[in-house]
Each structure stands twice: as structure tokens, then as C-alpha cells.
Design a protein around this ligand. Structure first.
Ligand code: ZN
Ligand code: ZN
Length: 270
């Protein structure tokens, strides 16, 4: 029953523009309708004003085209409620870009925060392979809390992404996770159980310990802290629009995690 009752929406959907996903808005809309979904939020990796980190995102010049594709989706798929969103690294210097340009000018209905990089002593460090010791983990947690404090983001994608390279759950992972989760609760920002992480784990060889997210002790702590939670597929291919989300919902149910206000998010769609 979990499979049926919870798969009406997804708020983490990419398009080909990020260069590591397949398909465009219409392909995901068609798939969503095949699956009987009601609400689809697009959240491709954000363009940035200075075109940094271009390897995994659209260039700034392609922003109009992304917005137009979503607007066209709304016309072509009126049965679906569609939300215009973006998955964003939080670059403090670009705060006006997120709030005035994306939300203000372009009318984006939600922004996802994601710590694919984090600031460590003023330097950007990649989170894939970059959170291997206590000091980098602390920088990751502080950066992620700052991101939530910006007030720009409705939820944080894969907040336990440090599990892609941190070897064992210990006092440092627990302390950093608690800081992230308590900030999420206090600021009412959702913590995403990311089904792409589950798909990666399902694919990996058994002797390979990484990627380890969603990382179960993080979510046990989320239950204890009472942080709001959202399940998303993080689809990079139309066929993954609900890939292993059932498993992510099962974790949420098992640990009795509190769902963030999904209805409020759905209500922003058109
Ligand atoms: Zn991606
Ligand atoms: Zn994503």
C-alpha cells in the first residue's frame, strides 16, 4: 500500500541540461502520467551567474530555455500540477540571484538546497570524496546549516551526502547530523530521503562501502530530533521517476519520520 499511497508527487527531477541526466520536461511529464502522478516539481542543477561548476549544470544562458520548457509542459500536460524549481548550491554572494532573479523575476515556486560543495575556511571543497575527516565534516555541517538559515530553500537534497566517503558512523557524524537536523526542525526546512542514493547502493558491489546515503543512523536521529522529511526520487532519467522511492517511503514509515508540509508545496504548482 505504501507504493500506491505515496507516489503522487516528486519534487526532485532533472533534465538533460545538467549534462548527466536524460530527457526533457515533456519526457518526465509523460512518465509521471503513466505512473498516475499528480504533481511534478522540476529541480535541475541551477545555472549560476558566473557559470562556475559548469560540468554538471546548464550555463546561465540556458536558463530561459529551461523556464520555457517548464511553461510549455504546463500547457501540454494540464492534467499534471507542475512546479518550477531548481537544485542550488548556496553561494552566499549570489543570494540576490536566487531570491530576486529565480524566485522574483522568473517566478520559481521552490528552491532545493544541496551541498555538493561546501565552504571550508573560505575554500570550496567537493562533497564527493571531500568529507573524510572530522574537520571537513564540521565544515560541511556548518555550511549546510548556513544554507538553511538563508531562508531560500524549502528542503535540502540528500543532507547525509557525506556518507559517500565518510567511513564509519561515529561521534563526529552524530554531532554534525544533530546540528543539521535541529536546524531543519527549528527553521522548518525539509530533509530529503534521496532515492537516487538507494539506487546507487542497489547497484554497488557488496564489498564497496560507498555511497552510504541515505545513511540509516542519520534518519534514526531525524526521528529523535523530529525533523521534517521529504522523499524524492532525484530522477536523472524518466524511467527513474519513482526508482526505489518505495524503499525510501518504507524507511520513513518504519522510523515514523514526520513528513514536511507537502500539501503546501503541491499548492504552489500550476
Ligand atoms: Zn545530478
Ligand atoms: Zn538532484
Amino acid at each position: 500500500m505504501i507504493e500506491d499511497s505515496h507516489h503522487k508527487h516528486n519534487f526532485h527531477t532533472h533534465t538533460f541540461r545538467c549534462k548527466h541526466a536524460k530527457g526533457d520536461v515533456d519526457d518526465y511529464c509523460r512518465r509521471a502520467l503513466e505512473l498516475g502522478m499528480e504533481t511534478l516539481g522540476f529541480s535541475d542543477h541551477t545555472a549560476l551567474p558566473d557559470d562556475r561548476w559548469l560540468v554538471a549544470r546548464m550555463p546561465y544562458a540556458e536558463l530561459d530555455n529551461y523556464v520555457a520548457a517548464i511553461d510549455r509542459g504546463r500547457v501540454d500536460f494540464p492534467e499534471l500540477k507542475i512546479l518550477k524549481g531548481m537544485e542550488c548550491e548556496y553561494v552566499p554572494a549570489f543570494k540576490a540571484f536566487y531570491s530576486e532573479e529565480l524566485i522574483g523575476q522568473y517566478g520559481f515556486e521552490f528552491l532545493v538546497g544541496a551541498s555538493h560543495f561546501f565552504l571550508d575556511d573560505g575554500e570550496w571543497v567537493g562533497t564527493y570524496g571531500g568529507t573524510t575527516d572530522a574537520a571537513s565534516l564540521r565544515a560541511y555541517a556548518d555550511y549546510t546549516v548556513d544554507m538553511m538559515r538563508s531562508g531560500l530553500f524549502d528542503f535540502i537534497a540528500h543532507p547525509d551526502l557525506f556518507g559517500n566517503c565518510y567511513a564509519t558512523w561515529d561521534a563526529d557524524t552524530a554531532a554534525c547530523s544533530r546540528d543539521i537536523l535541529e536546524a531543519a526542525r527549528d527553521l522548518d526546512v525539509g530533509m530529503e530521503i534521496n532515492a537516487l542514493g538507494m539506487r546507487k547502493q542497489a547497484r554497488q558491489k557488496t564489498e564497496d562501502p560507498f555511497p552510504l546515503y541515505p545513511w540509516r543512523p542519520f534518519w534514526e536521529l531525524a526521528a529523535e530530533v523530529d525533523a521534517p522529511v521529504i522523499v524524492n526520487s532525484d530522477a536523472h532519467r524518466p524511467e527513474d521517476l519513482q526508482g526505489l522511492t518505495g524503499q525510501a517511503y518504507a524507511l520513513r514509515e518504519e522510523l515514523k519520520l514526520r513528513e514536511m508540509d507537502i500539501e503546501a508545496l503541491c499548492a504552489r504548482g500550476h
